[in-house]
Design a protein around this ligand. Structure first.
Ligand code: AMP
Length: 207
């Protein structure tokens, strides 16, 4: 099992309407700092990102932010980070966060959070990494998305085994612990399976 030293956390640039969302960010920050796990994140001073960063600092943890220049220019860079990596584009930011992290957690968030988490899920499916990916299903926030993933499986667009590359939990403590016991599923190479018609592809059954 790979050693986990840094976790990239994707989360909202807003705090959301439920106080449980802020609570989860604060708890996650505390758990990470207490366990000497460094935070890699979007480096922003707003929303859940800011709540998480504040909690890490309060508990003596270490933070690396990765932010594009244009967001810095808008005054959105967090000042309490240990290191800030400034990149040109949002694409470079995602690539840098993925490279630095040993695991990923998505707290509740909006389009940016979903984009980031689906990118690492897709890369895992393609076999480009085998790092743990956890969804913090706070107050059932990711319930509908998990249902939609089941629908994609039922409709033959996603292989069940690729759902096993992600896990979720409503409790941040459980989610955090799952990161350390995660074993990447053994699966047929995705690219070969798609090229060969795909074992979950209905067209394959009619061949
Ligand atoms: P969202 O979930 O749409 O609020 O976007 C949050 C995620 O996208 C974060 O994990 C960031 O990496 C990125 N992001 C989106 N908007 C911002 C912003 N205004 N400042 C910093 N990062 C942002």
């Amino acid at each position: 099992m790979a050693t986990i030293k840094r976790i990239a956390v994707f989360c909202g640039s807003h705090t959301g309407v439920k106080h449980e969302y802020i609570g989860a960010a604060v708890n996650l920050g505390k758990l990470m700092a207490q366990n000497n796990i460094e935070l890699v994140y979007g480096g922003s001073s707003v929303g859940l990102m800011h709540q998480l960063a504040k909690s890490i600092k309060k508990n003596g943890g270490k933070i690396t932010g990765v932010i594009p220049q244009f967001l810095c220019d808008k005054g959105l860079a967090e000042t309490i980070v240990d290191e800030m990596i400034i990149v040109e584009t949002m694409q470079e930011r995602k690539a840098k966060m993925a490279e630095l992290a040993d695991a990923f957690i998505a707290l509740p968030g909006g389009f940016g959070t979903l984009e980031e988490v689906f990118e690492v899920i897709t890369a895992s499916q393609l076999g480009l990494h085998a790092k743990p990916i956890g969804l913090a299903n706070i107050s059932g926030f990711y319930g509908l998305m998990l249902k939609h993933i089941d629908r994609m499986i039922e409709e033959g667009f996603v292989n069940l085994v690729h759902k096993e590359t992600i896990f979720s939990d409503e409790k941040i403590e459980n989610l955090f612990n799952k990161i350390f016991s995660y074993k990447a599923p053994v699966h047929e190479k995705y690219i070969e399976s798609v090229r060969d018609g795909g074992s979950f592809n209905i067209d394959n059954e009619s061949k």
